[in-house]
Design a protein around this ligand. Structure first.
Ligand code: SAM
Ligand code: DTB
Ligand code: SF4
Length: 323
């Protein structure tokens, strides 16, 4: 293998080809991780980690049919649908997140898209989060440009909306909205001037070509998403993907490494699935260029590592939280 390009030139690219990204995935593991880590050091402090805390502000009862999702009303996952959370609860969760050391607070809602009445309440929540000195992120489903403008004016820093997988594999996972709908929302968020958080899920039965295509779609956008969450499927009983086969853990590391190489200035987040990962696998993901995690004992409906476990992991690895 050639030595990594350490000049920093030509590393932010938007012209990735299928052949070259496939070749990256097929690079011997040590070469791939070395290259990702070398590039990573040109853009970031290698011993810093960004911590985002999630809060599910509207649980369950979602009309969409995303095959991975415990919050779809179509699947019997035993989850009780709840109304939009009240502002006091959001405030106490934001206070706790800040006290525990998170820098960003991300509010998720099980909606296809927000109604205007809902949006007014979310705007109040954004204020409460910003008052704590936290960055605010939300993931509320599809947005129109007008809705994106409203959220931007309210001070929302990031909007999360994932591609989830490749366009080709997408139709086996979701039928209630199109890939183009997702791209349109991402464009509305970008045009409104918010930072984009967009990634996907591995371990849903997709092939290598699907991982390649998803990363190409992300990296060939006019601007790279500032934040790229890579989720490992959390297999929830009652969802169509409950019996999905295990993913080879090294494929998770490869996915992180290739995302890091293709979008070197972006935060790559080791997202859902950490609760089922060993500390050693997480450390390999950090070595491959992951520099952000969801931090807090719950994701949206499923478990995430306890604070004490994460704090111990970060201490043992000498990782410091970014502020
Ligand atoms: N309802 C909104 C939407 O779908 O756009 C926002 C919340 S939704 C739960 C956000 C993302 O969480 C999904 O796009 C998917 O990438 C991720 N996700 C949901 N369930 C998951 C699971 N079981 N395993 C891994 N990731 C999951
Ligand atoms: C993202 O990429 N992953 C988060 C967040 N964005 C909203 C959600 C993960 C959800 C995992 C399943 C659950 O807890 O319901
Ligand atoms: Fe609804 Fe979002 Fe879950 Fe899809 S991923 S079912 S849109 S909450």
């Amino acid at each position: 293998m050639q030595s990594p390009d350490t000049s920093g030139a030509n590393t932010i690219r938007h012209d990735w080809s299928e052949d070259e990204v496939t070749a990256l995935f097929q690079t011997p593991f040590n070469d791939l991780v070395f290259r990702a880590q070398s590039l990573y050091r040109q853009f970031f402090d290698p011993n810093a980690i960004q911590l985002s805390t999630l809060l599910n502000i509207k649980t369950g009862g979602c009309p969409e049919d995303c095959a991975y999702c415990p919050q779809s009303a179509r699947y019997a996952t035993g989850l009780n649908a709840e109304p939009l959370m009240d502002i006091a609860e959001v405030k106490s969760a934001a206070v706790q997140a800040r006290e525990k050391g998170a820098s960003r607070f991300c509010m998720g809602a099980a909606w296809r898209s927000p109604k205007d009445r809902d949006l007014d309440q979310v705007i109040e929540m954004i204020r409460v989060v910003k008052d704590q000195g936290l960055e605010a992120c939300a993931t509320l489903g599809m947005l129109t440009r007008e809705q994106a403008d409203k959220l931007k004016s309210a001070g929302l820093d990031f909007y999360n909306h994932n591609l989830d997988t490749s366009e080709a594999f997408y139709e086996t996972i979701i039928s209630t909205r199109t890939y183009q709908d997702r791209l349109d929302t991402l464009e509305a968020v970008r045009e409104a001037g918010m930072k984009v958080c967009c990634g996907g899920i591995v371990g849903m039965g997709e092939g290598l070509a699907d991982r390649v295509q998803m990363l190409i779609t992300l990296a060939n956008l006019p601007s790279h998403p500032e934040s790229v969450p890579i989720n490992l499927l959390v297999r929830v009983e009652g969802t169509p993907l409950e019996d999905q086969a295990d993913l080879d853990p090294f494929d998770m590391v490869r996915m992180i490494a290739v995302a890091r190489i293709m979008m070197p200035a972006s935060y790559v987040r080791l997202s859902a699935g950490r609760n089922e990962m060993t500390d050693e696998l997480q450390a390999l993901c950090f070595l491959a260029g992951a520099n952000s995690v969801f931090y807090g004992e719950k994701l949206l409906t499923t478990g995430n590592p306890e604070f004490a476990r994460d704090q111990s992991l970060f201490r043992r690895l000498g990782l410091k939280a970014t502020h």
